[in-house]
Design a protein around this ligand. Structure first.
Ligand SMILES: [Zn+2]
Length: 76
């Protein structure tokens, strides 16, 4: 019971964090979900818009096109 509940919560928090994607069309969401399931170090063919460090497709789509470092600085 407890475990089931926490899994549900995790699922919810994904949508809260990425609530901006609610405003996207279904196709755009599908495109984004592809990179959502990629690892942070997968598909490193983009660069951070702040420091130019190599970033993954995941970071491009989900971390405002920032590397983890810049993303954390921006958020905290
Ligand atoms: Zn950066």
């Amino acid at each position: 019971m407890e475990k089931e509940k926490s899994e549900e919560l995790e699922e919810d928090s994904i949508w809260e964090e990425g609530s901006f994607i609610r405003s996207l069309g279904a196709d755009e969401i599908k495109e984004k979900m592809k990179t959502f399931h990629k690892k942070h170090d997968e598909d490193m063919r983009f660069s951070c818009r702040k420091c130019n460090k190599k970033i993954s497709a995941h970071n491009k789509d989900w971390h405002a096109r920032l590397c983890d470092e810049c993303f954390n600085k921006e958020c905290f």
